[in-house]
Design a protein around this ligand. Sequence first.
Ligand code: CP
Ligand code: NVA
Length: 312
Amino acid sequence: MVCNLKGRHFLTLADFTREEIETFLETAKDLKLKAKRGEFPPILSGKSLAMIFEKPSTRTRVSFEVAMYQLGGYALYLSKSDLQLGRGETIADTARVLSRYVDCIMARVYSHSTVEELAKYSSVPVINGLSDKYHPTQVLGDLLTVWEKKGKFEGLKLVYVGDGANNMAHSLLYGATIMGMDITICSPQGYHPDKDVLEKAREFAKRSGSKVEIITDPKEGVKGADIIYTDVWVSMGQESEKEARMKIFQPYRVDTALVSMAKEDAIVMHCLPAHRGEEITDDVMDGPRSVVFDEAENRLHAHKAILALVVI
Ligand code: CP
Ligand code: NVA
């Protein structure tokens, strides 16, 4: 089934049904295939994307910008200090004004409420390019990667090792449970997912027939894993907690010993940037199970799909 997604905001995967996510994935797969053949349909000709960044970015910035370019459109990079937002213009007024110029707004923000506010006052679709709570564009690219590598979602077990309360853990909880994958979050006490996210993920899991498990022991967690996923121990905006986090998360490093406890054909994923030697060792990151650079590439194809489907 192909769903109509024109005009929709992309703030969290929880706003989409399984069929809608499948539509994004099918479109991404098709655009990827075309790109590999050197075909770049100019379907966004004359369209513009404003990209607001409160935090740094390599993948999100470059892949959205290239996605717009390859689809015939134009992207503007706007750091907070480039905008009057940095001098006190409200988020609401910024959204109202940008909506008069561009066809879509993508924003990377500290507080999730900022993208919600942008969406509330924008008359064009708003895409969450990472907030403190969610990172949905990353997980869409990750779902594309899982689909390519494993050919399915149902019956797979994804094990996330690390900070269970961060944006990646939250978005993976939604992405997995909506698509019917089992998900285990292995994180220390005090770093388990937010209650509201967990409740919603459990509802999705009930609907799709998948399982959600929250545990503290990574060795126990990775047993039977098809996918091991990790992310940095200190997310952007948490720098003041660095010292405490570096101690607490030591047992949560994804190394060869941990990976050997998963299924023989398990893949290792990381949204990147990686802090090599902290949450993931060099040998795992550069080893045969790692698909981290395929994931990074798939951001480009997934972003093209989002833009192609939501921009009016
Ligand atoms: N994974 C990700 O969002 O990377 P950037 O911070 O480089 O955009
Ligand atoms: N959890 C990380 C993801 C980076 C893509 C962060 O927010 O910094």
